[in-house]
Ligand binder design. Structure first.
Ligand code: ASP
Length: 342
């Protein structure tokens, strides 16, 4: 069997950053830095890899939906030349980009693994080499047909992931889904967790459109007038982060009326929980009232998956009611339907 070929797409982030007087900044010298530290491509059990720098090397805190689309286009451009891809990305918004690409890359038959590091490759205690060699080996030996994220020894589903620590090397988690694999002395895979290989569907990038999607986290003290200003048009989609299992101040005069009105005007409002673990349910009367206002329950979607799914559905030409119906339906493993809790 020939040695797999992996495309290493470099989008920026701490992994390839260098010191500057203002702090760490992205740098174009990653090829040389990797050549000094990694074995020759195709030797020592590693696949062949080729570094491809994206046009906009950024701190991922600068990422915009246009960057998701550009990255999806880069994967598509090089799709036939490689057996899989690693995306070197900043950790701050990695979960958003991984979620966005899980929706954008339709009919994906090759692994796309996001990784990065908490300490730059140029620093003595960097975690970068471990992440990169782990991701390269996984892409070559466990070519799962989906968008994933590899960090601190765990291979996770991209659209289930969220950044949980800024000061810990173990920076990501998938609170509602087990890891697809754990890399210790051996690679342990979770049986039956990966997405199935697509059938007849051809590989293509989903259409993108400019949509106004916003996020609002409820807090005690949010009043109707501030809510009204926040919901001012244009607003195509809103992710509403509610308390607990999906609750909010529904008895405040005017609060629910406003949400009902905005939904009726075509804004798709998705209810996700502020809690890291747990799903939206109709256990409380306050939660049920949202549903009556047209707010759709986002089950166990992460914030990142809810935002990017809304962008994706808004670009797909569906009307608001059709989008509401699609929110609780898993497109690529991003949520667990009510009858199938994980
Ligand atoms: N601010 C950096 C980024 O997201 C953090 C990192 O990469 O860890 O690009």
């Amino acid at each position: 069997m020939s040695t797999p070929r992996i495309g290493l797409l470099y989008a920026g982030g701490t992994l390839g950053m260098v010191r500057s007087p203002a702090g760490y900044v992205p740098d174009r010298g990653l090829q040389q830095a990797l050549a000094r530290r990694l074995p020759e491509p195709g030797t020592d059990g590693l696949p062949h890899w080729t570094l491809i720098e994206t046009e906009r090397l950024i701190d991922s805190a600068e990422a915009q939906p246009g960057d998701w689309q550009a990255l999806a286009a880069t994967v598509a451009k090089h799709y036939d030349a490689f057996d899989g891809f690693i995306v070197i990305h900043g950790t701050d918004t990695m979960a958003y980009t991984a979620s966005a690409l899980s929706f954008a890359l339709r009919g994906l038959r090759k692994p796309v693994i996001f990784t990065g590091s908490q300490i730059p490759l140029c620093e003595p205690r960097s975690d970068a080499l471990n992440q990169l060699t782990g991701a390269l080996q996984l892409a070559a030996t466990h070519p799962l047909p989906e968008v994933m994220l590899f960090f601190a020894g765990r291979l996770m589903r991209g659209n289930r992931s969220t950044k949980v620590a800024s000061d810990d090397l173990d920076a990501f988690d998938t609170p509602h889904f087990p890891p697809l694999a754990r890399v210790g002395i051996q690679v342990e895979t979770g049986p039956g967790l990966a997405l199935p290989m697509p059938g007849a569907e051809a590989f293509e990038i989903a259409p993108a459109a400019h949509a106004e999607v916003a996020v609002l986290r409820l807090w005690p003290g949010l009043g109707v007038e501030r809510l009204r200003r926040f919901l001012a048009p244009p607003l195509h989609g809103l992710v509403l982060q509610t308390y607990g299992a999906g609750n909010g101040p529904v008895s405040m005069p005017g609060f629910l009326d406003l949400l009902t009105q905005v939904s009726a005007q075509g804004t798709v409002i998705v209810n996700v929980s502020q809690c890291l673990r747990g799903r939206i349910s109709a256990a409380y009367a306050t939660g049920t009232a949202w549903a009556q206002a047209g707010v759709v329950g986002g089950l166990d979607l992460t914030l990142e998956a809810a935002v990017t799914k809304l962008h994706h559905l808004l670009a797909s030409g569906l009307d608001p009611e059709q989008i509401r119906q699609q929110i609780p339906r898993p497109w690529c493993g991003e949520c667990s339907p009510a009858a199938d809790p994980v």
